[in-house]
Design a binder for this molecule. Structure first.
Ligand code: AMP
Ligand code: ZN
Length: 460
């Protein structure tokens, strides 16, 4: 069966045909590194990791290139640096913020079982490519210089009529309506009210680089051109898949597409544009002001990363997801069970019943339903399928041990109490054995008696 993917641009599911099956290329917009990543940020990381794994399964590990950038020039980073390191020169403070946040991001996504992308480019290392794209856009008449800014003109793009896509096609908007609806307080140097920044002057003390297009003052890039430059450098002028969260469709991806297609005279930037739906928490939009803002790191203190991963994949990537405690508890129970049954089993080939739904635009909810059926019918296939999806990264004993450690339970003390209880039971002192059972329960330990003896686990 072939892979079919939903393309935001054409608004349909199409058979995936790579430009070059020996070099399948995917770009996903990564984080802006100024703060801990929240659980919403984990969604594109996990979703596109599953796609990366599936593409590697289909085309071979050596034939898939996945690029996820790190945005390390941004006003939010500058603000955070000034706030957290007031004593340091701004550029040094910025380096501290991006280094710390970048490290934390890696620790978080590693714990979620996400493979590292093939390349993780940083914006600040691609300024030359950004300047080159900007020069091309100015030379082509798509961009202009005004008061030390360089601005892109969507109207010039749509007037060019030169085998280019239409500005607004990705986000399904009409440029005329955007022009009519634009706010009135548009910056005075803009010729058109939908024109957007490719390059702007830096304020004193801010990071700055030599400017393109004959501007003498130093400056810095706009956000959208960063991704055009990094995608071009690592994947070329035209590649297979571009992904990110649904909030990025407009303006970020619309503008990336416009820049790249106009700079390189391409009809397309990516053949498939894929967007994950948004995540909300207990039926509410996640926001700092509502107090329901959860970082990946906070969740990892209470749950193994694979529990977060499973919880994310239970919902199809294009649907909104409601992140709830109840669902997390269910995901944890499911994984405990899968580890017990399949954690130490030699993995077989991933089952067709799991791969087929994945081929249908990453239908992970159906794939997970198939995993539940495999549990009773084919455990090696369950183990192989779980691995394909990025689960079972540890042994059953490691999983159980880590859970006990995370719960803060003293394993030795539990074992001691259990043998005391066994002794009490064999001398028929049921009062004492019940007392010990209650004591264990109060410690958060659930015990189970069977003919082979007493086992225990952390009660959730
Ligand atoms: P940012 O650092 O805000 O640019 O976000 C990084 C990635 O996380 C982007 O692909 C966003 O679309 C995605 N993202 C941010 N918030 C959410 C959310 N609540 N649900 C799903 N994806 C999100
Ligand atoms: Zn981007």
């Amino acid at each position: 069966m072939e892979l079919r993917l939903h393309d935001t641009l054409t608004r349909e599911k199409r058979t995936f045909v790579p430009l070059d099956p020996n070099n399948v290329r995917m770009y996903v917009c990564g984080p802006t590194v100024y703060d801990f990543a929240h659980i919403g940020n984990a969604r594109p990381v996990i979703v596109f990791d599953v796609l990366f794994r599936l593409l590697r399964h289909l085309y071979g590990e050596a034939h898939v290139k996945y690029v996820r950038n790190i945005t390390d020039v941004d006003d939010k980073i500058n603000d955070r640096a000034a706030r957290d390191f007031p004593g340091l020169p701004l550029n040094e403070a910025i380096r501290k913020v991006t280094e710390q946040t970048g490290k934390q991001f890696h620790a978080d996504v590693d714990a979620l079982g996400a493979l590292r992308p093939s390349v993780e480019p940083r914006a600040t290392e691609h300024i030359a490519e950004m300047r080159e794209i900007i020069e091309r856009l100015v030379a082509g008449g798509f961009a202009y210089v005004a008061e030390d800014h360089v601005l892109f003109s969507p109207q010039a793009m749509n007037a060019a009529n030169a085998g280019l896509p239409r500005y607004g096609a990705l986000s399904n908007r009409s440029l005329d309506e955007m022009v009519a609806g634009a706010r009135v307080d548009v910056a005075p140097y803009k010729k058109g009210n939908t024109d957007f920044v490719l390059w702007k002057p830096s304020k004193p003390g801010e990071p700055s680089w030599p400017s393109p297009a004959g501007i003498t003052a130093e400056g810095r890039p706009g956000w959208h051109v960063e991704c055009s430059a990094m995608a071009w450098k690592h994947l070329g002028e035209h590649f297979d898949i571009h992904g990110g969260g649904i909030d990025l469709v407009f303006p970020h991806h619309e503008n990336e597409l416009a820049q790249t297609c106009c700079a390189f005279h391409q009809q397309r930037m990516a053949n498939y544009w894929m967007h994950n739906g948004f995540l909300q928490v207990e039926s509410e939009k996640m926001s700092k002001s509502l107090g329901n803002f959860i970082t990946i790191r906070e969740l990892l203190a209470d749950w193994p990363g694979e529990v977060l991963r499973l919880n994310m994949l239970k919902t199809h990537y294009r649907s909104p997801i409601d992140w709830t405690m109840k669902s997390l508890e269910e995901s944890a129970k499911t994984l405990d069970d899968w580890y017990r049954v399949a954690g130490d089993i030699e993995p077989g080939r991933p089952a067709a019943s799991v791969v087929e739904p994945l081929l249908d635009d990453l239908n992970t909810s159906l794939a997970i339903a198939a995993l539940h059926s495999l549990r009773g019918s084919d455990v090696p296939a369950l183990a192989g399928s779980l691995r394909l999806l990025g689960f079972l990264s540890e042994s059953a004993a490691q999983w159980e041990g880590r859970k006990q450690q995370a719960s803060g339970i003293d394993t030795k003390e539990v074992e001691r109490l259990i043998s005391e209880r066994t002794a009490a039971r064999s001398r028929k002192d049921f009062k004492e054995s019940d007392r010990i059972r209650d004591l264990l329960a109060a410690m958060g330990v659930a015990i189970k008696d069977s003919k082979d003896g007493t086992t225990w686990e952390v009660a959730r």
